[in-house]
Design a binder for this molecule. Structure first.
Ligand SMILES: [Zn+2]
Length: 348
């Protein structure tokens, strides 16, 4: 078989957090069975039908897969429906790329490079909205964190900042970081001082919110840098910290406040739209007091001089769910290879 060669796609041109990867296994014994026994097709016809098979996005990305699809982390997985071994199993890799100005160019370049023959790759577009995209992102984030290790609070903060401000190298900012704190001086952006990262109040509030959202399904309440909080605790803190006022959230009922917060967090992630605003804000800043920003960038990494960064904030009055286009890229190469080899053994 020729499936051992390395086939990873190069996704390095995409900003962090803009591409979600899914892997699903499909059992070819089960598929052939469905086509030959249930649909009554001859093996040869079944083979050409199976080869054309294009799974739906739901089949490729849902948490609870159904026959002939399944998920497995095992090295030598078996089909949970019929027990077939590895050589009957094929893999679909699916990449979900969030459509926006920051990903469009990278996406077009990637698609241009892909082989076209035999539909080795499928491109499926789906309309979604900022809220659904945000919850998917939260879900992926939660799955990637080790909640038993306290460092997840920092990791969650970093991943949120990566998603929010994609032009900063957050890996570098978080290198050898010991603590994340709320800044009492900064009104926007962030500052690294020694092993500590100081976030402006609004950013810090959002980091807490993300931590709450990621951990609330795991435990009672949510775990944050501020300790374990119930929804009431969380909202109280955000209100006293001035965050709700800043966003123009005047509701008193916790459920309503929560809904508004979610829409806000989700909408700040429409990078394509907000990046224009962000760069114009940055430019305005740099004509006035831009020198410290440049100097901070030039200073050596180990310098004790605090480094600063600005993260521009969305306009407070607009809190709405925005449409987002998702581009799914389905890698069918392993599937096509396996169908061929399975058919060869089936027909002989
Ligand atoms: Zn099976």
């Amino acid at each position: 078989m020729t499936t051992t060669k390395k086939r990873e796609l190069d996704l390095s041109e995409f900003p962090p957090g803009t591409v979600t990867e899914y892997t699903t296994l499909v059992c070819l014994a089960c598929i052939f069975d469905i086509f030959t026994k249930q649909l009554g097709l001859a093996p040869r016809t079944a083979f050409s039908e199976v080869k054309r098979h294009a799974p739906t996005i739901e089949e490729l990305t849902s948490r609870s897969a159904t026959r002939p699809y399944f998920d497995s982390d095992e090295k030598n997985p078996h089909c949970p429906y019929c027990g077939s071994a590895k050589r009957w199993l094929a893999r679909f890799d699916t990449y979900c790329i969030e459509g926006s100005k920051t990903t469009d160019a990278a996406r077009r370049t990637l698609l241009r490079k892909l082989p076209k023959a035999d539909d080795q790759f499928l491109v499926i577009e789906k309309k979604s909205d900022s809220r659904a995209v945000f919850f998917d992102w939260l879900d992926t984030l939660g799955g990637s964190l080790d909640m038993d290790d306290d460092s997840w609070l920092r990791d969650a903060t970093r991943m949120y900042l990566e998603r929010r401000e994609r032009t900063t190298n957050w890996n570098e900012v978080f290198e050898e970081l010991r603590a994340v704190r709320r800044s009492s001086r900064l009104t926007e952006g962030w500052e690294r001082d020694g092993a500590r990262l100081f976030l402006a109040p609004q950013l810090y509030s959002e980091a807490i919110l993300i931590q709450y959202l990621v951990s609330r399904s795991h435990t009672h309440g949510g775990l944050t840098l501020e300790g374990r909080l119930t929804l009431m605790d969380l909202i109280r803190r955000l209100r006293y910290g001035g965050y709700l006022d800043q966003l123009g959230i005047t509701e008193r009922e916790p459920g309503e406040v929560f809904e508004k917060l979610i829409d806000h967090l989700a909408s700040t992630h429409e990078w394509g739209r907000s990046s224009d605003r962000a760069s114009s804000v940055k430019k305005k800043v740099s004509t006035g007091s831009g020198s410290d920003r440049v100097a901070a960038k030039k200073s050596s990494k180990k310098s004790s001089k605090p480094r600063k960064g600005k993260v521009s904030l969305p306009e407070p009055e607009v809190i709405v769910t925005e449409p987002v286009k998702l581009h799914y890229l389905v890698d069918r190469r392993d599937f096509l290879d396996k169908v061929k080899s399975v058919y060869a053994s089936y027909a002989s």
